[in-house]
Write a protein that binds this ligand. Structure first.
Ligand code: HEM
Length: 360
C-alpha cells in the first residue's frame, strides 16, 4: 500500500470511529478530514479555515500578493505571468527585429558608400578656415559621443552578448566583461545625460524647424546627386532630425534607465498611459511595480536600438561619408568652401557678423 493511500484509509478509519461513537462535532470532522487529506499530499490542509483550496490556488496563479507568508510582498508573488510575456518579447521580436535594424543600417550605409562614394567638396578646399564649433560645443559633443559609444556597446552586450560573445570567448571572460560592462553602463549614463543637456542648451535655438527644411528634405539634402546644395543655416534639416532624436530619445532612454537603476521606485508607464488614454488610447494604468520594470526594460532597449541606428548613420556622414565634415568637431574649424556648399546661409551670417565687428 502506498503512503498516501495508507493515510487516506487511516483518515477514513478515524472518521468511521468518530461517526460511530457520535463524539465528533462538525468542526472536528472537518479537521480530521483535512488532516487526512493533507497527510495524503492532496491539499495544503487545514490552514485555509473555511475557504476553498481552488480559490487559494487560483489567487496564486493570478499573481495576487498575500497568499503566502513571505514578508517581502514582491517575493510573495509566486506566479507572475507577465514575466513570461516580457521574456518572450525581449528574447523574441525585440532581439530579432533589433538585430535586423542594426544589420539593415550597416547594409544601407555600405550600399550608399558603394553607389555615391565619399561626398567631396566640389569646389575643392579654399584653404580659408571658419570656426564652426567652439571648445565648449566640442567638449559637449565628445562627452555625449564617447559615453554613447560605451553605453551602446555595453547595452548590446546585455541583449546579444550571450549569443555573439559568449560562444567565442567562453564563460569566464564573458562574465568579467559583462560585469565590468554593467558598472560602466550604470555610471557612464550620467555623463551622457550631462552631454545631452549641454547640447540642448547650446543648440536648441539653431534647431527650430523652418520652411528651408522642407526644401532641404525635398532635395534629399543634395546627398544623392552631385552639384545639388540646398541652402541651410547652422544646421540643415537632416541634422535637426538627428538633434531632436538625440534630445527626445536621450531624455526617454535616461528616464527609463533611471527607473531600471532604482527598481520599483518610479511608476512612469501607468502615468504615461493615463495621459495617452486622454487622447483615445486604451492602455492599462493600474500596473504593478513589476510590470513597470518590465515595460521600462523593453522601452529602454527599443529606444536604445533606435538611437544606435540613427547615430551609426550620423557617425558615417560625420567621418568617412563626407570630406571636410570631421574637422567641424575635430579642430572646430572648417574650410570655407565646405561651409558654403553645406551651410551657405550660415556662412553669410558669420561673414556679416565678422564684417560688422570689423567695422566697429
Ligand atoms: C563617435 C563618432 C562621432 C562622430 C565622428 C561625429 C561627428 C560629428 C560631426 C563632424 C558633427 C558636426 C557636423 C557639422 O559640422 O555640421 C557632429 C554633430 C553632432 N553630433 Fe556627432 N559624431 C559622433 C558621435 C555622436 C553621438 C554618439 C551623438 C549623440 C548621441 C552625436 C550627436 C551629434 C549632434 C546632435 C550633432 C549636431 C547635429 C548634427 O550635426 O547632426 N554625435 N558630429
Amino acid at each position: 500500500m502506498t503512503k498516501p493511500t495508507f493515510f487516506k484509509h487511516l483518515g477514513g478509519l478515524f472518521l468511521a470511529v468518530f461517526l460511530l461513537t457520535g463524539a465528533a462535532s462538525d468542526t472536528e470532522l472537518a479537521l480530521v478530514q483535512s488532516a487526512a487529506a493533507q497527510q495524503a499530499g492532496e491539499v495544503p490542509g487545514n490552514t485555509l479555515g473555511t475557504s476553498s483550496d481552488s480559490d487559494f490556488w487560483r489567487q496564486i496563479r493570478q499573481g495576487q500578493q498575500g497568499q503566502v507568508s513571505i514578508p517581502n510582498a514582491q517575493a510573495g508573488v509566486l506566479i507572475q505571468s507577465e514575466g513570461d510575456n516580457w521574456r518572450a518579447f525581449r528574447n523574441g521580436p525585440l532581439s530579432l527585429y533589433g538585430a535586423w535594424a542594426l544589420l539593415g543600417i550597416l547594409i544601407l550605409l555600405s550600399l550608399f558608400f558603394i553607389l555615391r562614394g565619399r561626398i567631396k567638396v566640389e569646389h575643392g578646399m579654399s584653404g580659408k578656415l571658419i570656426e564652426r564649433f567652439n571648445s565648449v560645443e566640442r567638449f559637449a559633443h565628445w562627452l555625449t559621443a564617447t559615453s554613447f559609444v560605451v553605453l551602446g556597446l555595453t547595452g548590446l552586450n546585455v541583449l546579444y552578448g550571450r549569443y555573439v560573445l559568449l560562444p567565442v570567448i567562453g564563460p569566464d571572460a564573458f562574465s568579467v566583461i559583462t560585469i565590468a560592462g554593467k558598472y560602466l553602463h550604470n555610471y557612464i549614463a550620467f555623463a551622457f545625460m550631462v552631454g545631452v543637456v549641454m547640447m540642448f542648451v547650446m543648440w536648441v535655438k539653431h534647431n527650430i524647424p523652418n520652411r528651408l527644411d522642407l526644401i532641404w528634405l525635398a532635395q534629399g539634402g543634395g546627398l544623392f546627386s552631385k552639384g545639388v546644395h540646398p541652402p541651410s543655416k547652422k544646421f540643415n534639416a537632416g541634422q535637426k532630425l538627428i538633434f531632436w532624436s538625440v534630445i527626445i530619445g536621450g531624455a526617454s532612454i535616461s528616464a527609463s534607465g533611471i527607473a531600471l537603476l532604482f527598481p520599483f521606485e518610479l511608476h512612469m508607464f501607468g502615468k504615461t498611459f493615463g495621459i495617452l488614454n486622454m487622447f483615445g488610447a486604451n492602455l492599462p494604468t493600474d500596473l504593478t511595480v513589476m510590470q513597470e520594470m518590465q515595460l521600462s526594460q523593453l522601452w529602454h532597449s527599443i529606444v536604445g536600438i533606435g538611437l544606435i541606428v540613427i547615430i551609426v548613420a550620423h557617425i558615417y556622414i560625420g567621418s568617412i561619408g563626407m570630406e571636410g565634415a570631421f574637422d567641424a568637431m575635430g579642430s572646430g574649424l572648417v574650410d570655407e568652401n565646405w561651409a558654403k556648399e553645406h551651410h551657405s546661409l550660415w556662412v553669410e551670417e558669420v561673414q556679416a557678423r565678422q564684417a560688422s565687428s570689423g567695422a566697429d
